[in-house]
Design a protein around this ligand. Structure first.
Ligand SMILES: *Cc1c(COP(=O)(O)O)cnc(C)c1O
Length: 378
């Protein structure tokens, strides 16, 4: 077929990953770390020498992601954090970087430590406040601007097109952590981002059983992309073939899962927002959300992550979380099973409200999910 395939078709067929040798409709796992040469010492496959970082199984998973992202090149890493680290390790001593404030705590913590050790000047700014972001870019001329949208757990929305313009005008590049959106709901590269990053441990894999991270770009000839590729190959932050194989399997249903999770979240967010025990709901799909208009423009759905502020304090939030039966009390997001987390307990010193419950909505029946919250809220 000459027509460009849609995401559901690409994912369901794993971008054509079959086993030509056996005729199997699913690809095999190739666990070899090393690859043979023939009697003339020529490699049997010139692109396979050693599995740091040459693996057909990893390449297949990357192909699916590259097509879903409509990117020109895609690299998998053994965790989302490994992907983020590979980006920041391209900075030189004396460079300046900007990260969005109030994002995934693991990113903030690692980037702060890294920049302090490597003599990189770091500014943290609320990137959902566009004039604030533009002002820091103009004044500080960052080499790298890193934003996360929708952000976790505040669900702030960054205008990617405007952020890319601000970063580029300052001579820097824009990297977007789009984990909460997935490549199905948002494509930052088309909006001007230089690199898009996802923790594939979340909705991309979707079954809470693989750790992985991914970077994609539409400028594979840019110097930063060369450095990132060399860093992965030379420093060895590579995904194993078993994890890549599970990822290929999980991604077959990615568009389907995202569709159902988004529908469920929209319904649950509206229900909770109208509930007398709820003070506020942070979800970009709700019309009162400050980022709603930008989200409506740059996303084709609002995703499966939200935060609920319940009326009362810490004890009230913990009591409600303790009463939930379907929503499991565990960190992480994007899986087929619904999860809740009391973020303040996990990171007490980062300004997370004590009455905030972060919610990741799965693919369960929405009536069951609403019934669970109805009982828990009392
Ligand atoms: C989980 C997460 C990460 C880190 O990914 P890991 O795969 O856990 O290393 C980064 N950013 C966001 C938004 C996340 O949710």
């Amino acid at each position: 077929m000459t027509r460009e395939l849609r995401p559901a078709t690409i994912a369901s067929h794993a971008a054509g990953a079959v086993d030509p040798q056996s005729g199997g409709v699913v690809p095999p796992i190739q666990p070899a770390t090393t690859f043979m040469r023939d009697e003339n010492y020529a490699l049997i496959r010139p692109d396979n020498v050693y599995s740091r970082d040459q693996s057909d199984t990893v390449r297949m998973a990357e192909t699916v992601l590259r097509k879903l992202e409509q990117a020109q090149d895609t690299l998998l890493f053994p965790a989302g954090m490994a992907a983020i680290a590979a980006v920041f390790r391209t900075l030189r001593a004396g460079d300046t970087a900007i990260i969005q404030s109030g994002i995934y705590w693991g990113t903030t913590k690692w980037v702060r430590d890294f920049c302090a050790r490597r003599d990189v000047t770091l500014y943290e700014v609320d990137a959902s406040d566009l004039p604030a972001l533009q002002a820091v870019c103009t004044a500080q001329k960052p080499a790298l601007v890193f934003v996360e949208t929708p952000s976790n757990p505040w669900l702030k929305i960054v205008d990617i097109k405007a952020a890319a313009q601000a970063a580029h005008a300052a001579g820097g590049i824009l990297v977007v952590d789009a984990t909460a959106a997935t490549p199905i709901l948002m494509q930052p590269l088309a909006l001007g981002a230089d690199i898009v990053m996802h923790s594939a441990s979340k909705a991309i894999n979707g079954h809470s059983d693989v750790l992985a991270g991914v970077l994609s770009t539409n400028t594979p000839d840019a110097p930063i992309w060369d450095m990132i590729k060399a860093d992965r190959h030379d420093a060895g932050a590579v995904l194993g073939p078993f994890e890549a194989w599970l990822l290929i399997r999980g991604m077959r249903t990615l568009p389907l899962r995202v569709e159902r999770m988004t529908q469920n979240t929209e319904a649950l967010a509206a229900f909770l927002h109208a509930h007398p025990m709820v003070e506020d709901v942070f979800y970009p799909g709700l019309p009162h959300h400050p980022g709603h208009a930008v989200a409506a423009q740059q996303m084709s759905g609002y995703g499966s992550l939200m935060s609920v502020l319940v009326k009362g304090g810490k004890d009230d939030a913990l009591r409600i979380v303790g009463k939930l039966q379907l929503f499991m009390r565990a960190t992480s997001l994007g899986g087929v099973e619904s999860l809740v987390e009391h973020r303040h307990t996990i990171e007490p010193h980062t300004g997370i409200p004590e009455n905030l419950i972060r919610v990741s909505v799965g693919i369960e029946d929405i009536d069951d999910l609403i019934a669970d919250w109805t009982e828990a809220l009392g």
